[in-house]
Design a protein. Structure first.
Length: 278
């Protein structure tokens, strides 16, 4: 799986092994992965475990997100394929261990999608997307009850989830449970309160504590604005990077040593770069 595509001579062309129609089926991917991990297959693929592939799964997920942000359908198509490989690999590893196989994965997700969309597959009702979300959470709660699980809205969130996404998901959950401001003005007032507490903090520990509270509240503001904190910050990171590169280019075009410039002149270049690159 890992070697670059153009690294070796004597490579087999996919068209020599599979027809174009076969290459367009999910079963072919399943067969390829099974062959890679079978005796006589790829040594690297045969060594992989659920644990060793966690980093790969995360990287492929981020590459899908980047392709979406770039608005490039061709790249997105390729990256979704790479992500699908990860799912297929994990299912094949589990099959070899006797835990489950891809059929089990598909059976569970298909059943879940039907069960949680009663307004489509049964006689349920949903006027809008918000009602769909409420119904979804109610069905999840009922499923947990039937399993004998009693889970708080703040429990069951993956601990390895990025902190901004974790905070927003937790806020979404408690909001649906009724712990929510009446409107966005409550969030704005809370930000003012948190800023005041940060200014009043004295020790490093207090400052870190208040910074966390402020950041958590900013995530809530993002949520109330109908956006996702991870997306908002990722876009801001990208804008900053483009503007900074623009500053450096403007300085170079003027024959200036950017690093040696005083802050006031860098600010002028920043404003110009902001105007040029957005």
């Amino acid at each position: 799986m890992p070697p670059p595509e153009d690294s070796f001579p004597n490579q087999a062309a996919s068209s020599d092994l599979f027809s174009d129609q076969e290459l367009g089926t999910f079963q072919t991917l399943i067969d390829i992965v099974a062959r890679l991990r079978a005796p006589g297959g790829c040594p690297w693929d045969r060594e992989q475990t659920h644990e060793s592939l966690k980093r790969n799964l995360l990287e492929e997920s981020y590459e899908v997100i980047e392709a979406i942000d770039q608005g490039n359908p061709a790249v997105l198509s390729e990256e979704l394929g790479d992500l699908l490989v990860q799912v297929t690999f994990h299912a094949d590893i589990a099959k070899d261990a006797g835990d489950f196989d891809l059929t089990d994965v598909l059976r569970k997700i298909n059943s879940k999608l039907v069960r949680r969309h009663p307004h489509v597959f049964a006689d349920g009702h949903a006027e809008d997307a918000r009602e769909v979300e409420r119904n979804w959470e109610q069905i999840k709660a009922q499923e947990r009850k039937e399993k004998g699980e009693s889970k708080s809205p703040v429990e069951g969130i993956p601990v390895d989830m990025p902190a901004l996404a974790y905070a927003q998901l937790m806020q979404d959950r408690v909001g649906k449970a009724g712990f929510e401001w009446d409107d966005i003005s409550g969030v704005l007032d809370k930000i003012v309160e948190e800023v005041a507490e940060l200014k009043a903090a004295v020790t490093p520990e207090e400052k870190v504590h208040e910074l966390g509270d402020l950041l958590f509240t900013m995530v809530n503001l993002t949520r109330w604005s109908g956006a996702h904190a991870e997306d908002v910050l990722r876009q801001a990171n990208r804008r900053f990077g483009k503007r900074y590169l623009g500053m450096e280019k403007l300085a170079a075009d003027q024959g200036l040593d950017f690093n040696a410039l005083p802050l006031e002149q860098k600010e002028e270049l920043w404003q110009e770069a902001k105007r040029l690159v957005g």
